[in-house]
Every structure is written in structure tokens, then in C-alpha cells.
Ligand binder design. Structure first.
Ligand code: TYD
Length: 213
């Protein structure tokens, strides 16, 4: 399928403020006249949302790391085929809350499955539909986790309950990916107050949209 829209993904550790920032960026871009749609992973379509429930349920503490990585990739393949690719074909800007870099960071680095295997099986799931740009909301685990646990709205999921060392590996993994894929990664300092994070992201997003083809 020919891709005419722009596929931009957002990444970051727990409590980076991704969902709030993405909604603010969506409003900002719509006001500027862009045709924008927001989605998320794991999920984004009914089948992928069902897979999400299995992955994130606090009852599934026994899930093997290999099962987890395959389920994320399965949800991703479905999300792309059923939602993202058709939206891009219509020329939309698709903003996606987490994508393949979450698997590379959480499953490859933090769960220690290894970069190559996670990259290969996700390459199969993704085909040619890689994001043109990835915005990393870069937050230190101490600050991000404090936000998560102090928030009344946000449900705590199975992955929030991982150890501090796990979140530290996620943080370092993202920095490594930003270097490895420096052509598409843009880093935003998400340790600041959320309003400042939103403002900085709005500043970079216009440049990103004008730059990517
Ligand atoms: P979610 O509640 O959407 O968290 P957040 O608001 O932080 O995005 O839960 C998604 C969780 O799934 C999050 O902890 C990161 C994890 N995840 C992976 O481990 N691998 C993946 O490929 C994806 C997409 C998410």
C-alpha cells in the first residue's frame, strides 16, 4: 500500500506524560490545519486491544518474556494492517503512543531478550511501515515513577510494578536507541513541568512534519 501520510511515534518511560502531550500536540496540529489521528500500542484496533488486555493484566504475572514479545509484535502487525496503513494511505498524520521502540527497550534491553531477535521479529511484523520520526519524552525513572504513583487517574499496570532497576534499564535503553536510530529520533526533556514539555514538543513537531517525507 502506498504511504502518503506521516507516521510519528512517541516513546518514553513510565510517567513521561506521553498521553497528555500527544493529545495537546494533536489539538495544536489540527488548529494548524493538519489532518491528524491518534492511536496507541499495544492496541488501536479491537483485536489488538484484546491482545493488550492479556499482556497487561495483573493476573498474568506468570507470562514468559518470549510470550510477551510475540504478543506485542502480533498486536503491532494487526494495528498496522487494520488501522495505521489505511490512515497513512489517506494522507493522515498518525501519532502513535508507543511503537516498535517500546519492544526494543522493554523486551530487548530490560527483559534481556537481545536486540537482534526483537528487531528481526518486529521487522517481520512491521514490513515497510517504520515511523518517519520518533519523539522520545525523556524522563528520569525517579521523576516518572513519582508521577505515576501520585496520580489518582492512572491505573497502575503490571509493568509499573517492575523494580526500579528495570525502569533504569528502560531509561538507558532509550538513550541507546536514540543514538542507534539518530535519523528518526528527536529527544524532548520530559523532566520539566508538563506545560513546558508540551510547549517543547509542539515546537519540535512542526519541524519534524516539515522535514519527513
Ligand atoms: P500503558 O498503560 O499504555 O502505559 P504507558 O502510559 O506508559 O504507555 O501500558 C503499556 C505498557 O506496555 C508500558 O509499560 C510499556 C509496555 N510495552 C512494552 O513492554 N513493549 C511494547 O512493545 C509496547 C508497545 C509497550
Amino acid at each position: 500500500m502506498k504511504k502518503t501520510g506521516k507516521f510519528i511515534t512517541f516513546e518514553g518511560g513510565e510517567g513521561a506524560g506521553k498521553s497528555t502531550v500527544i493529545q495537546a500536540v494533536k489539538t495544536y496540529l489540527i488548529e494548524k490545519g493538519y489532518d491528524v489521528i491518534v492511536t496507541r500500542e499495544p492496541g488501536g484496533t479491537p483485536i489488538a486491544e484484546q491482545i493488550r488486555e492479556v499482556i497487561l493484566s495483573v493476573d498474568n504475572i506468570a507470562m514468559a518474556a518470549k510470550t510477551e514479545v510475540l504478543l506485542y509484535a502480533a498486536a503491532r502487525a494487526q494495528h498496522l494492517a487494520e488501522f495505521v496503513e489505511p490512515q497513512l494511505a489517506q494522507g493522515k498524520i498518525v501519532l502513535c503512543d508507543r511503537f516498535v521502540d517500546s519492544s526494543l527497550v522493554y523486551q530487548a534491553y530490560a527483559r534481556d531478550l537481545g536486540f537482534d531477535v526483537v528487531y528481526e521479529l518486529n521487522s517481520y511484523a512491521i514490513g515497510t511501515c517504520w515511523p518517519q520520526a520518533t519523539i522520545l519524552l525523556d524522563v528520569e525513572p525517579k521523576i516518572g515513577l513519582a508521577r505515576v504513583f501520585n496520580s489518582e487517574e492512572r491505573e497502575v499496570n503490571r509493568l509499573d510494578q517492575e523494580s526500579y532497576e528495570f525502569h533504569m534499564r528502560v531509561y538507558e535503553g532509550y538513550h541507546d536507541l536514540a543514538k542507534r536510530f539518530s535519523d528518526r529520533f528527536v529527544i524532548v526533556d520530559a523532566n520539566q513541568h508538563l506545560d513546558a514539555v508540551i510547549e517543547q514538543t509542539q515546537q519540535v513537531i512542526t519541524k519534524v512534519i516539515e522535514h519527513v517525507e
